[in-house]
Design a protein around this ligand. Structure first.
Ligand code: HXC
Length: 514
């Protein structure tokens, strides 16, 4: 080998090695001391072994303000490239807090933009790992512009490729808006936080003292604000669960849904479901149990389990194919729909619809939550989001009413009137403007003063109005089914609907009530 080649190979090795050092051993040690992995270690856990193909390893910033000319790091504080998760292509970026605090300057932003552009061109998801002090202060408007370029791409890619944000450190100021524009946000407890203005600014402006964790930690965002979908104990758990989550998603809106092998028979009958719903109409039961009993191998990937607990959303497999589940949860607020439940479910439904993931809706809903709080905070507009999401969705839509479907909530929860494709009710369910007892008390006011007569009137109302056979007689239900058969009925329905195609009239875009 001639000297020139030997020299070039050595130089390349050195340059690569330098880039892999990030901000150096000392800063890596600080990162580890905080319980955090480095940007590269995170990608090692996230991606299949040896699959990572790095891009932009030698990119550097071109800022000379405030001595920045001497602070150049190859890669500019973000590791970018592509790899695979369980053999399926994914584009990734991982901010390196050890380099200038992971701050985002012009070239750091360009690298992220390149990832988003390539992912969109190829049709593969993007997973962004955020751990950054925000806009690089020395770079001024170049840094701000960089964020703007990312936001624009997040929006263009929305609905075409799945975008997932992992927050594994600081994510503050305008930096929060890129994750907010993506489809899912996962956070790590005690090391990740997201806020538009930090505790110092809050204190200066409002006088309020608050910790980072209380202002924008993982617990707050998964239980209170609903900004984040899931909180994990540490980086490893977050990354491994993201791998599991990734399996449910198609690569893009034009690629087929992944299908996996399952040992769980599609025609599995579950007798225990016949006694899941208590005979007393107001006694709660756990809807999660139903979901787990019908999905393949009981594996349900729930999202936002601590936010708006009155509705359940998440992914499961049916006969190996990914399905989005939306279900009222009688254990919380009796399964009523409220503002947060409507927002939570609406966004999930729109994701599933954008990516051709069929929807299964399990209904046990007494109505919308009454109260001044709800009205003053705009339940009308927020409830409309859920209604809108179901009405516009064209994916296969299957509904099972397990106990009650009352009032406006009956319509909203993927009724036949909103183009539910296959709608079933368990044989003991009730569908009406309101429950039989409440209805009897209003329309048979006098009779209801006598307890015996009241019982009679309730029964009369039940038989005449709320019985599922009434809805079935109008064609609002496709069948009335035994609870034990729910799994195979859904599997069969999904097979029937798998080639469903619906053409909607042309429009530039819709005007979802925001
Ligand atoms: C340049 C930054 C930086 C930034 C951190 N660093 N943030 N450099 N621009 N935004 C540098 C620090 O100077 C330090 O360098 C190194 O990164 C590590 O930071 P530390 O402060 O030592 O780390 P820590 O104690 O863990 O604190 C992390 C932090 C803090 C809470 C994130 O660094 C911080 O408050 N940074 C500024 C945050 C901020 O105001 N960002 C702008 C947000 S507004 P040295 O060399 O000294 O070790 C924004 C607007 C976006 O992002 C708008 C988009 C529309």
């Amino acid at each position: 080998m001639n000297q020139h080649i030997i020299h070039s190979a050595k130089l390349l090795g050195e340059k690569r090695n330098e880039a892999r050092q990030g901000g150096g051993a000392e800063r890596v040690a600080i990162q580890h001391k905080k319980g955090k992995l480095t940007a590269r270690e995170r990608l090692e856990v996230l991606l299949d072994p040896e699959s990572f193909e790095e891009t932009g390893m030698f990119v550097e910033h071109r800022c000379n303000n405030f001595g920045m000319g001497k602070k150049k790091f190859p890669g500019d504080g973000v590791v970018t490239g592509q790899g695979t998760i369980n053999g399926r292509l994914v584009f990734v970026y991982s901010q390196d807090f050890t380099v200038l605090g992971g701050s985002l300057g012009e070239y750091h932003a360009k690298k992220i933009c390149n990832i988003l552009d390539s992912a969109l061109a190829v049709g593969a998801p993007v997973i962004g790992i955020n751990d950054s002090g925000g806009a690089r202060i020395q770079e001024g408007v170049d840094a701000l512009g960089g964020y703007g370029e990312i936001f624009q791409r997040n929006v263009i890619a929305s609905g075409i490729i799945p975008q997932i944000s992992l927050i594994m450190g600081p994510c503050a100021g305008g930096a929060v808006y890129s994750p907010a524009l993506t489809d899912f946000i996962f956070m790590v407890e005690n090391s990740a936080y997201m806020f538009v203005t930090g505790p110092e600014v809050v204190k200066t402006v409002t006088g309020e003292e608050v910790t980072q964790e209380n202002l924008g930690g993982a617990r707050m965002h998964t239980a209170k604000s609903g900004v984040a979908d899931l909180a994990f104990k540490n980086d490893i758990e977050a990354l491994l669960e993201t791998r599991r989550f990734f399996n449910f998603l198609p690569l893009s809106n034009s690629s087929l849904l992944p299908r996996r092998r399952t040992e769980d028979p599609a025609d599995r009958v579950d007798m225990s479901l016949n006694t899941l719903v208590p005979s007393a109409p107001n006694k709660p039961y756990d809807m999660n149990e139903l979901v787990e009993r019908i999905v393949d191998e009981g594996e349900f990937f729930e999202l936002q389990p601590d936010f708006a607990k009155n509705i359940i959303i998440g992914f499961g497999y049916m006969e190996g194919r990914s399905v989005g589940f939306v279900a009222n949860q009688p254990l919380h607020l009796a399964g009523c729909l409220d503002i947060n439940a409507s927002r939570k479910a609406a966004r999930f439904i729109r994701f599933c619809d954008a990516f051709n993931i069929p929807l299964v809706t399990l209904v046990d809903v007494p109505g919308f939550l009454p109260g001044t709080d709800q009205e003053h905070d705009g339940i009308i507009k927020h409830g409309a989001k859920l209604l809108y999401a179901y009405a516009e969705a064209t994916v296969p839509k299957i509904t099972i009413i397990t106990r009650k479907a009352y009032g406006g909530a009956y319509i909203v929860m993927n009724s036949k009137h909103l183009r539910g494709d296959i709608n079933y009710a368990w044989f003991n369910s009730e569908i009406a403007v309101l429950g039989a007892e409440g209805a009897a008390e209003i329309i048979f006011k006098e009779e209801c003063k006598d307890p015996e007569l009241k019982e009679q009137k309730i029964q009369e109302y039940r038989n005449t109005v709320t019985s599922p056979f009434v809805a079935a007689s109008r064609g609002y239900l496709d069948n009335i089914i035994e609870p034990q058969n729910t799994r195979w009925r859904i599997c069969k329905a999904l097979n029937i609907l798998q080639n469903k195609k619906v053409q909607l009239p042309w429009k530039k875009h819709d005007n979802l009530p925001l």
